[in-house]
Design a binder for this molecule. Structure first.
Ligand SMILES: *Cc1c(COP(=O)(O)O)cnc(C)c1O
Length: 434
């Protein structure tokens, strides 16, 4: 039995071999840093061990007093608010819009007070939020705007919205074009960048040995996550009444276990920098474009009755394909039995406890589906059919969808997502007025 894995680790055997080579012959740090910055055409890039490292460094370097408030998209990975807490600050979650996954500007306006220092917008699922209105609001209140582009890498040197103060890109194991770690922070505030550089220099280096081990680990994970092997593991664990889902997600975790802050507060090792440079130089955006097309085909074929998340985002690349259904668990089981490694266990986290919040309802009803450029279209369509037959539109979300459709320029069936990305357009898009 074949099983389409949910998340493919985007490294080739050649990438892994090169990575091991760099562990043996590391090369020069300054040169490699420069090459990475040149690839981005950025004179304000700081390369960190991970986005979490860079975000921690940013807050630490900010000079903001204890008790400062950081407004954040309500849905993000749990480590992000955790890092805010660790720095003595308070994460303030702002609910997101169901169609665009963008934090609501009016709610942000209400949450701003004299203690507020920054707004962190997470571009989720591989699409982009329109941050124009948020930027405008932030300017009025002298707040920093930080874009979390961890899920939104598309190559072509796209370095985030040029008006954002900070844009953060991740190359962690499950991210697009991974280098098995690493992050690029574009910091457009010279003083802050200088502070961050200084703080970063105080950190110890990730050792070559640590990174070498990481390469071996993910080489192994990659090997067992091929279709036939994954199918075999699924059947094997099922015999023992267990499922593969927990096993898989614990292996995908970047800095598992205790001493989290000790692990993230490191500078990247030399081989990591070189692998990152190599991966950037060899990135082929056609695979992201193809994934984006497959996601569109899925959405069209699944039809109106299936709510595909993030369809109205800008430049949607479907880094993950997620739908909302009434009964996530039963659909997931059914998909497993048909060879699709779906999941309803979520690595995302809602920053507040309000049950009625969109963020919380998404988490209750979300199902992640496998999608990557290596899947044949016929399989994507088979998956769409399974989903179509199994799901019923959730009344709450159906209403939200229809209400929003009437004031959106395009209806759900014909999303305004461009399959071929236009970066200038995406970053200079006019603010939507609501
Ligand atoms: C993966 C991810 C991060 C963390 O990136 P690392 O480089 O692994 O620290 C942060 N935010 C979001 C939304 C992510 O998906």
């Amino acid at each position: 039995m074949l099983m389409w894995v949910r998340k493919r680790i985007e490294v080739s055997p050649l990438d892994l071999a090169n990575g091991l080579g760099y562990c043996v012959m590391p090369g020069d740090r300054q040169t490699t840093m420069q090459q990475i910055a040149e690839w981005w055409q950025s004179d304000h890039a700081l390369v960190c061990l991970s986005v979490r490292s860079g975000f921690d460094l940013l807050l630490h370097s900010s000079g903001w007093p204890r008790g400062s408030e950081i407004i954040m998209s309500a849905l993000t990975i749990p480590d992000m608010p955790r890092i805010v807490h660790e720095n003595g600050m308070v994460p303030v979650g702002v609910d997101i819009d169901l169609q665009t996954m963008t934090p609501d500007v009016e709610e942000i306006r209400r949450r701003i007070n004299p203690r507020t220092r920054a707004i962190v917008v997470a571009h989720l699922l591989g699409g982009l939020c329109d941050i124009g209105p948020i930027l405008e609001l932030a300017r009025q209140h002298d707040l920093l705007v930080i874009e979390d582009c961890a899920q939104a890498f598309v190559g072509c040197g796209y370095q985030g919205d040029p008006s954002a103060d900070v844009s953060m890109f991740s190359f962690g194991p499950i991210k697009t074009n991974t280098a098995l770690g690493g992050a690029v922070m574009h910091v457009r505030q010279p003083v802050l960048l200088e502070q961050m550089r200084r703080g970063h220099d105080q950190w110890r280096y990730q050792t070559r040995l640590t990174f070498g081990r990481r390469i071996m680990k993910y080489g192994f994970v990659k090997a067992i996550s091929t279709g036939p092997v994954c199918g075999g593991i699924y059947r094997f664990l099922k015999l023992f009444g267990r499922n593969h889902d927990g096993v898989a997600s614990s292996m995908a975790r970047g800095f598992a276990g205790p001493r989290f802050f000790d692990k993230i507060r490191r500078q990247p090792s030399m081989p990591l920098l070189r692998l990152l440079h190599y991966k950037l130089g060899n990135f082929d955006s056609s695979s992201t474009d193809h994934r984006s097309e497959l996601g569109q085909r899925f959405a069209e074929s699944a039809g109106e009755g299936v709510y595909v998340l993030g369809l109205e985002m800008q430049r949607q690349t479907f880094w993950v394909l997620a739908i909302l259904v009434e009964e996530p668990r039963s659909l997931v089981r059914k998909l497993w039995d048909s060879g699709f490694d779906a999941s309803n266990s979520c690595s995302l986290h809602a920053i507040f406890d309000d049950e009625d919040a969109v963020a919380a309802r998404i988490l209750q009803h979300i199902v992640f589906l496998p999608l990557h450029s290596g899947m044949p279209e016929s399989e994507v369509l088979r998956m769409a059919e399974l989903v179509r037959n199994a799901s019923t539109q959730i009344p709450l979300f159906a209403e939200a969808g229809q209400a929003a459709q009437s004031d959106l320029p395009a209806a759900r069936g014909t999303p305004q997502v461009v399959a071929k990305p236009h970066y200038e357009e995406a970053s200079l898009a006019e603010p939507v007025t609501r």
